[in-house]
Design a binder for this molecule. Structure first.
Ligand SMILES: [Zn+2]
Length: 208
């Protein structure tokens, strides 16, 4: 398995391309930009992009999905609980970036807690982690966790935005993520990667 990281979009979100080296099937976790260089880089990887899986519905993680659908014919999945967030993308872009409203991205596929996606023999398992948003999802791929804006190195996602819930994020992290093996590598939606073991020792959540 190969993991390629692309830092893209207005708020430097991490997009992770996970590739099964045998079949070249791939999945993209988050898709934060329609920048042609980003699309070209994924094309040049020579992969069969099978799914785009969103960690949540915030605008800074999904601005590329329509362009990727056009380039790769690939569908995007989000938790149904985050459709409210997806519908707000044009407003958020105006509020945070002063950009003129763009159309609401078209998502018709939903991911639920425990769902599994496959690329070759590699299984991608969805874990529902509400808190940063109601429909927040993490994805576990072997011993790698793609944690979106739920868990960062040393900190957790903000809970003061629409439908954010501090109690829920603490519960999600302590009960669902901190029960994973300590050597699980964590790839967050922004910033540097970390491990579950490190976060169980040093994350700010321990003081919440
Ligand atoms: Zn977010």
């Amino acid at each position: 398995m190969e993991i390629k990281t692309f830092v893209e979009g207005p708020i430097d979100a991490n997009n992770y391309l996970i590739i099964d080296e045998k079949t070249k099937d791939a999945v993209l976790i988050d898709c934060s930009s329609a920048r042609p260089e980003f699309i070209k880089a994924v094309k040049d990887s020579g992969v069969n992009l099978k799914y785009i899986l969103l960690t949540h519905g915030h605008f800074d993680h999904l601005l590329g999905i329509d362009a990727f659908k056009e380039a790769f014919g690939v569908d995007t999945y989000v938790a149904e609980d985050d459709l409210t967030q997806v519908k707000l993308v044009p407003d958020m872009m105006q509020m945070f970036l002063g950009m003129s409203p763009a159309p609401v991205p078209a998502i018709v596929n939903f991911v639920n807690d425990g769902d599994e996606f496959k690329i070759g023999d590699i299984v991608i398992k969805a874990i529902s982690t509400p808190g940063h948003t109601k429909g927040g999802m993490c994805y576990l791929v072997e011993s790698n966790l793609f944690s979106g804006d739920t868990l960062f190195q040393g900190s957790v996602g903000r809970c003061d935005l629409l439908e954010g819930d501090l109690k829920a994020i603490v519960k999600s992290i302590k009960e669902k993520l901190f029960t994973l093996s300590e050597d699980t590598k964590v790839y967050p939606g922004h910033g540097a990667s970390t491990t579950i073991g490190y976060e169980k020792k040093y994350n700010e959540i321990l003081n919440i």
